[in-house]
Every structure is written in structure tokens, then in C-alpha cells.
Design a protein around this ligand. Structure first.
Ligand code: ZN
Length: 407
């Protein structure tokens, strides 16, 4: 939904309405590409002439192109319009508690190069190292076409306008500004966002046609638990960038300590670290941040635990099933809070979905209040698709498209 502020007349200029129309056109092309001008005019309920002007402006900006000619029974053959994504590049960075992932990709999120390294917790060392890696990546042949920016996702709350990382408990970062330093050191535009929100943005950006959902939650389960919320096609950030922090809603106020410092958050029950703790008998409340970090780098991963469970290891099955129930209970909270069309789930634990699905659904229906709520579709995204990196790339690729807003 576009937000048009009827009380602020300063914004009601001719340029504004033109810009909105251009964004609407762009969004329609993205959703329905390849699409002809005639089809666009039908969908927008305007004349071909108006569409032609808007399309020409977008072509002049180089954001769309004309592709193959379509077939019609009679009359002029239409040419189809496409969003230009294949030769536009971005660098995507996913900073996690245990590892950092860096990918060079095109605007559709297709991977051209990928590196993984241990996360650097000192902000200034992180910035220096990142600048070095970006410079190295710039030597990649594909890079020569030009990279349009760096999208960084972090596990925490971010003021996305200023790029300030307000609080990322897993990184120990509070009020950290790294954006301008990275811009200065690389010469590229930089966008920073919460990982789950970026995933939700990418979902909006990459999904198209009839499979699109308008209100959904995107849940990422890794070292922590993040949730990105989209309502009526718009990413929800909240007044102070706190909206959607379901990972830190308590399931039990006396529960294990969470990385945010509070006790019993949903995250402390169902994150990868929580699952591993259950298996190894660690007490999350007793572990220091350093010990936690080391445990995140534990050679024994969640994927191995899933394999053990599959082979019938009772302890692994127990750890997985307990976490699955908590996952379902937390999903019920999301259903009750925003009642979305569907919930997307991503993270390594989804590799064991066939084993945990009935338990997750049972947990969900236990607390979802209504049958319809319990039936909320759960859709999985595969970890090997790097949804968080796609989210980071969408920060550079998608702003022009998603959530057109007059402000
Ligand atoms: Zn917490």
C-alpha cells in the first residue's frame, strides 16, 4: 500500500506523481515480466500513450529493456519488457554470529563469487577487512561491468535510513556506525539492514506473478531467530526499527538467558545454538559470549545433528523435537500478532523439515486460537539458496521497487 500523506501538501508536486507512476510501472513489469505495453496499459487502466511515455523514461534510465518479440494472431507484434538485472551487480554481505558471508551477484541474486570467513567483532577491524575483500573482489572479471553497491545484513536492529546498527546482541554492537566508513573506503553506496527484514524484502522483490503474497512473515533461524514482516506489500520497520522482533518475545520469563540479556526469549529456545545446547547439555545462561561464539564455530553443526537424528540417535531426535515444538509455539505468536497470508521459514533446521513438520504444526495449532490460524501456510526456503545474501543484494537492487512510498 502506498502511503500518501494528505496533510503534507509540500510533497504533492508534479514530479512526485510522475515518480509514483514510474514506480508502479516498474513494479508491474517486475511482477509480470515479460510483459507487453498493451498488457501494462490494461493492468494500469490507462491509455497506451501514457504507458509508452512511462516505459520510455524507464528505458532512458536503463532499468528496463525490450526483449523478444511476442506472437499475436493479428496486428503489430508486441515487444516484451524486462527488468534489467543480469548485468547489474551488487556485493552482498551476511554478518552472522559465527561466520560472515560475502557474495558478488547480479540484481536477481545470482551468485558470481562467494567467500566465507570468521566474523570479526571489532567494528573498525571489520570495516578494514571488508574494504580489503571488496577491493580484491573488484579484480573479478564480472565486476568490471560495474558494481552498484554493497548490501550488508546483520542480526539486529538497524536504523536503515542512517545505517546505524542500534543493537546487534550477537555481535555485541550497540549504536555502531560503519556505513560511512565503508563508503569512504570502497567508493560504493552501502545499505545496512536487519537480516530477516532484508530476506522479506528479497521475497517481495524476487517473487512474481500469482505466487505473490501480500502479508507475510519471514523467519530466519540460525545462531539467532529473526523475523521480517510485510503487511500489504510493505516492509514493516516500526517507529524505532523494533517492529517484528518476535525472536525476543518471551516464551517463559524464567527461561534460559538469551543473547539480548533477557531470559526465556523465543530465540533462546529454538535457535541453532539452543538446539545444540539441548544436545550437548550446555546451559545457555552460563555461557559467556566468547564461549557462545566458540560453540557457534563448533565443528559439530546443526546439519550433522539432523543426520544423527535421521539415523535414529535418540538424543539428537529429542533435541530436534523439543526445538520444533518451541518453533511452532513461536509461529503461533506471529499468527496471532499479524495473521499473515503465509510464513516463510529459512535456516539449517529446515533440512530436517520432514522430521519436524508435524511437531511444528502441532505447536502452532496448540496456540493459534482458530483452525484457520493453525492452517497458516508454512513455506520453506532452502539454506543453500543463501536467502540472507539475496536479502543483502535486494537492499541494493530493490529499493526502487519495493514499497513505493511518498515521503
Ligand atoms: Zn532475547
Amino acid at each position: 500500500m502506498r502511503k500518501i500523506n494528505t496533510r503534507d501538501f509540500r510533497i504533492a508536486t508534479r514530479t512526485t506523481s510522475r515518480d509514483i507512476n514510474r514506480r508502479i510501472t516498474l513494479n508491474l513489469i517486475r511482477e509480470h515480466q515479460p510483459i507487453s505495453r498493451a498488457d501494462l496499459a490494461r493492468r494500469m487502466n490507462v491509455t497506451r500513450g501514457i504507458v509508452s511515455v512511462l516505459v520510455q523514461e524507464l528505458m532512458d534510465q536503463d532499468v528496463i529493456y525490450e526483449g523478444v518479440t511476442g506472437e499475436t494472431l493479428r496486428g503489430r507484434k508486441p515487444t516484451f519488457l524486462h527488468i534489467r538485472t543480469h548485468d547489474r551487480l551488487a556485493i552482498a554481505v551476511d554478518v552472522r554470529f559465527s561466520k560472515t558471508y560475502l557474495m558478488l551477484c547480479d540484481f536477481a541474486g545470482r551468485q558470481l563469487a562467494l567467500e566465507t570467513y570468521d566474523t570479526i567483532f571489532s567494528p573498525s577491524a571489520f570495516v578494514k577487512d571488508l574494504a580489503l575483500r571488496v577491493r580484491r573482489m573488484a579484480k573479478n572479471k564480472a565486476f568490471r561491468a560495474g558494481c552498484e553497491g554493497i548490501g550488508i545484513v546483520v542480526p539486529g536492529m538497524v536504523d536503515q535510513r542512517t545505517g546505524r546498527i542500534l543493537k546487534a546482541p550477537a555481535l555485541g554492537w550497540t549504536g555502531v556506525d560503519i556505513r560511512d566508513r565503508i563508503v569512504a573506503m570502497t567508493g560504493l553506496p552501502v545499505q545496512i539492514e536487519n537480516s530477516a527484514r532484508a530476506c522479506a524484502l528479497a521475497q517481495l522483490w524476487l517473487e512474481r506473478g500469482d505466487s505473490r503474497t501480500h502479508s507475510f512473515a519471514y523467519v530466519t533461524i540460525s545462531d539467532g531467530v529473526g523475523v521480517g514482516v510485510v503487511i500489504n506489500g510493505e516492509l514493516l520497520r516500526g517507529h524505532d526499527y523494533l517492529a517484528g522482533e518476535f525472536g525476543h518475545l518471551p516464551l517463559n520469563v524464567d527461561g534460559p538467558r538469551c543473547m539480548c540479556g533477557a531470559r526465556g526469549c523465543w530465540e533462546a529456545y529454538t535457535s541453532n545454538l539452543a538446539i545444540l545446547s539441548r544436545y550437548f547439555g550446555w546451559d545457555l545462561s552460563e555461557l559467556s559470549p566468547k564461549a557462545l561464539r566458540d560453540s557457534g564455530k563448533h565443528p559439530f553443526s546443526i546439519l550433522e545433528l539432523i543426520e544423527l537424528a535421521r539415523a535414529g540417535d535418540a538424543k539428537a531426535v529429542g533435541a530436534l523435537e523439543a526445538s520444533a515444538r518451541f518453533l511452532g509455539l513461536g509461529l503461533a505468536t506471529i499468527v496471532k500478532a499479524i495473521n499473515p497470508d503465509c510464513i516463510y521459514l529459512s535456516g539449517e533446521i529446515m533440512n530436517g523439515w520432514d522430521m519436524i513438520e508435524p511437531i511444528v504444526r502441532k505447536g502452532l495449532s496448540e496456540r493459534a486460537l482458530t483452525e484457520a490460524g493453525a492452517r497458516t501456510p508454512l513455506r520453506l526456503t532452502a539454506a543453500q539458496d543463501y536467502p540472507r545474501l539475496k536479502g543483502a543484494a535486494a537492499l541494493i537492487a530493490a529499493p526502487t521497487f519495493a514499497a513505493p512510498r511518498v515521503a
